[in-house]
Write a protein that binds this ligand. Sequence first.
Ligand code: IPE
Ligand code: IPE
Ligand code: MG
Length: 242
Amino acid sequence: MSGTSDIADGGPKHVAVIMDGNGRWAQARGRPRLFGHHAGAKRVREIVESCPNLGVKYLTIFAFSTENWKRTQVEVAGLMSLFRRYITKEARALCDEGVRVRFIGDRVQLDRKLVSLMDELEGMTAHNDRVHLTIALNYGSRDEVSRATKRLAEEVASGNLDPADVTEETLTKFLDTRVLPDPDLVIRTSGEARISNFLLWQSAYAEYEFIDTLWPDFSSEIFANLVGSYGKRERRFGAVPA
Ligand code: IPE
Ligand code: IPE
Ligand code: MG
């Protein structure tokens, strides 16, 4: 037993997931939306733990978008408190499982306590390399590209960067995802076939899977199946197949 499956070779190295459908899952049970968010958070560990066997080295999950502030104060506050609790509760297990955790998104609008927990978790898992888990929290692609462009413009204004040297690679270095490879596969649960401002630049050539399952019903079996069917796809990156 090597511990890795057949999927590993031709499988996706980086999978990104839009974890959608928590609210509808709760509503279907006559419960408040936050009940769905709590159920959804519980699904994450099983998916992270299944990554090494599937050959998935990078997992990026969408937890809160820059547009999610439009929700009620009760839901937003409940989500922020869930994130604080989740990090506190899961930190040890993630670290022991060899997971390296990173956060992407704008931290400026987040409360100081949450940001310090995020920093702490990134620090305590920085030596890990078994799975790279990236949590998108207050993340939006347009916001990320705007922030990147602002910093790039500052470099130009201060004379450190010649506008003639601005290439795709240059801009990529200013993105929150600068150390991550591009996603190979993007999964969205809950039946919505849209991207909702998630990794737009990075997923230009990703494969997409839109599935009806609501996030709290997502399982490692469903994940393994999606990762498995990825291997049957032919990615062309604009070229003609040989
Ligand atoms: C996704 O579930 C989680 C977050 C956006 C925080 P939703 O809360 O969007 O659930 P639905 O789409 O309303 O069912
Ligand atoms: C995307 O889901 C954001 C997260 C999963 C965190 P949304 O539920 O916010 O997206 P829309 O509003 O349906 O496009
Ligand atoms: Mg939704």
